[in-house]
Design a protein around this ligand. Sequence first.
Ligand code: BGC
Length: 754
Amino acid sequence: MNREVPTVPPRPLLVGMIAVLLAAPAAAKPPVYATPAEKAFVDALMAKMTVEEKLGQLNQPAGVGNNTGPAAMTGNEDQIRKGEIGTYLGTQGAVLTCRLQRIAVEQSRLGIPLMFGYDVIHGHRTVFPVPLGESASFDPVEVQHAARVAAIEASAHGIHWTYAPMVDIARDPRWGRVVEGAGEDPYLGSVLAAARVRGFQGDDLRKPDAVLATAKHFVAYGAAEGGRDYDVADISERTLHEVYLPPFKAAVDAGAQSIMAAFNEIAGVPMHAHRPLIEDLLRKEWGWDGLLVSDYTGVMELMPHGVAADRKQAGALGLRAGVDVDMVSQIYVKDLPAEVKAGRVPMAQVDASVRRVLNAKYRLGLFENPYRSCTDDGAHERAMTLTPQHRADARRMAQKSLVLLENDNDVLPLSKSVRTLAVIGPLADHRRAMLGNWAVAGREEDAVTPIEGLKAALGDGTRLVIAKGADIDSQDTSGFAQAVAAAKQADAVVMFLGEHPDMSAEANNRTSLDLPGVQEQLALAVAATGKPVVAVLLNGRPLSIGGLKGKVPAILEAWFPGVEGGHAITDVLFGDVNPSAKLPVTFPHNVGQVPIYYAHKNTGRPPSEQEKYTSKYLDVPWTPLYAFGHGLSYTTFRYDAPVVAKKTLAPSALQQQVSVRVTNTGKREGVEVVQLYVRDDVATVTRPVKQLRGFQRVSLAPGESKTVTFDLGFEDLAMYDDRMQRVVEPGTFTVYVGGSSDRTREVAFEVTAQ
Ligand code: BGC
């Protein structure tokens, strides 16, 4: 199957030819919303502004109740009057934002409206599953809808701008922020980044329920050394372009109006000072004309990074790099006016950033209607909050996010006529675990816990025997006896195990991926009763739960599932919903395997049982515990061999079609996520063993077959060559199709040289 190396033309010719013939168009796209009217309006306004007012537009203080660093600020109405605040972080509520907006519009010299930014990450008051959970749905339509609902609620609370989607690729589950993104894969991450941007921004930014989307954190934040948040990312240019940049490009192409800089440095340059990546790549090469916001005190942190000696220098570096908005540091507004007046900071740099802030406000329609959906009595806000429809949407999203990892002997689904059900574990009634760590506007009292979900679904005929067994993270085993006794009385057992929500998300990193405390021992003690036991996991990262495998017959990964989590879990446990989600991230056997991801390189010595001197471990397999894309259903699916439309493709016509027939071979209707991966078998630089290039959710009745077709084009076959040119090289490509990255069938085709 490998390409015949001697038939390939000499390299310089090949690269040149391919680059000319096949390189994707590099021309910048015209900005989506910029119009001559916008420019004229902003020009006229800027002509009236003083240096202080300009720098004021770039200043973003933290409001009330959403502060992650040391420099939180409140009570700055006077600054608004003086035009020293352009945007706000973490200030919400229709009544409060209207009040502050009136001060800006009616009491400041130029009446420039404020823009309110907030972390609306996975729902607003109606909290949806954490982003990693949503991503497990492999359902961009549903994910887009979840973002739309979030925007509708958030905008009714006076918010104009969300600091989401988080599009960082995460291949190190020690890093707590793996929970906030789409997992390990750039393709899935790109599809979902675009879906979330579209959902937040809607079809017209001027509509009152649109919010600006922010793709964050630019860039390679997920590559933090040691899985320690904020730490150094020292990655190659290839890894940057192949792995970490694609979701940002997808967000930009979907019209994202904002991007947030990341806390990390890349190879010695902190992202808040990274002119080559912000100005040259994002703005010039990609043609993106949106608003770049710093992360929380990110400009100030150029000092501890060691690239700025003082605040003035930090501000100058940030502005020069193209960081438009200074979140919380207050450096631009306090330290830069004198620098600009003395000519040490170019006015042109200030103007470019001010223009982008004013453009954003213009695009939202704030100059015409500064009050948008905010109301002085909060009536609209109340009407749009936690509506039955939003709750139903959150429940459906949660149902689609639950991954069935194991189901030995078809223990699941349980029967609703079960007489006695034991409910065990520290998370069975944990309200915050429904919300996760970063649901800023979420309220515990809104959440349905698993016990509440079970009680609502099961009639009087079922007796629940409840025993906590152990705390989440303690060594105390004194509750085991009661838990085992509960299991012994029961016909079936459901255990709710996992992490505290504060064990993932920002600054919540772990060096162990094991179930915390004595939870694994608890599960094994309960399983030893021989009863049918189901472990439901609530957690924000891949866990090394191999100890449960083969002992606990059914394992359902529920993540932190949102306000409707208890209902959604119950829906799946009792078969009202057939699970369909797949893992968006690899689960390792233990933390020592990290980093482990499906799209790895083959190496010169790929792992082999027979050969000692190959790439593997002595103490654990080289394969993961659960592969990317894994997820079971209550039915089973058969894949026929995939078929390609053409055995060869000419470089001038890189259009391929791959079809596969999938059959539901079980007794229930089910949805299968059909996944397609591509490998470039031999290339001028090494390629991953597989790369996701397509997926489709397919619903099949028992016995039904459907033929699923994927279209592949230039981008699906392309790679960066050794000069970082985007090319498709001649040779064979293998296409893998299946229901998981480690269970696929394959077919090959060839791209010819001419
Ligand atoms: C986080 C961002 C967040 C910001 C504002 C920072 O600590 O890194 O993701 O948007 O705070 O809350």
